[in-house]
Design a protein around this ligand. Structure first.
Ligand code: S3P
Length: 186
């Protein structure tokens, strides 16, 4: 017989059915997502990777050729579909949450976790990673990131749980999130 009290130790949380990672570009959604999924014994789905896989078109190409509005429609449709899954960690792109109606359509049982990053750190990470971010291209990426963050903060702030990611290791962040998941309910 197990002596582990309910809700403690590794494994899936007792109440939540899925986790939705919210946060700006460079917040670490695609890095922490798989680690969190592994800790919970769940699957991980990166919304943008899924969009690129299905369409065969990269994110910069979507923006350049088809336009941001078309990208947002596709992103919304895929995320809506993914939100129907259970036992999954989902990471839509950083702009998804600020689209009209996006957060309203999140089903019950979804733990919305905001990975809060500063504009400076977001740009540092975005530059370090291999992935191109069309919205941060241009002469003043930090200024642009600040401006976008300001517009989006009230959406991200609707999360059920917020963790500040600047200066914290993935291990620390996963511990904080899993601890919260196991001790909270919807
Ligand atoms: C965007 C974020 C990107 C990607 C696209 C637009 C945004 O995803 O969807 O470049 O508007 O914040 P990540 O948050 O995974 O970088």
């Amino acid at each position: 017989m197990s002596t582990t009290p309910a809700g403690a130790g590794p494994g899936p949380p007792p109440f939540w059915r899925r986790v939705l990672l919210l946060g700006f570009m460079g917040a670490g959604k695609s890095t922490l997502g798989p680690l969190l999924a592994e800790a919970l014994g769940w699957a991980f789905v990166d919304g943008d990777a899924e969009l690129v896989r299905r369409s065969g078109v990269s994110v910069p190409e979507w923006f350049r050729v088809r336009g941001e509005a078309a990208f947002r429609r596709e992103e919304a449709a895929i995320t809506r579909e993914l939100l129907g899954k259970e036992h999954v960690v989902l990471a839509p792109g950083g702009g998804w949450a600020a689209m009209p109606g996006a957060l309203e359509a999140v089903p019950p049982g979804t733990a919305r976790v905001w990975l809060r990053v500063s504009a400076e750190e977001a740009v540092r990470r975005a530059n370090a990673g291999g992935e191109a971010r069309p919205l941060l291209a241009g002469p003043d990426p930090v200024g642009r990131a600040r401006e976008l963050l300001k517009r989006r903060e009230s959406y991200y702030a609707r999360a059920d749980f917020t963790v500040d990611v600047d200066g914290r290791t993935p291990t620390e962040l996963i511990m904080a999130i899993t601890e919260w998941l196991r001790t909270s309910s919807w």
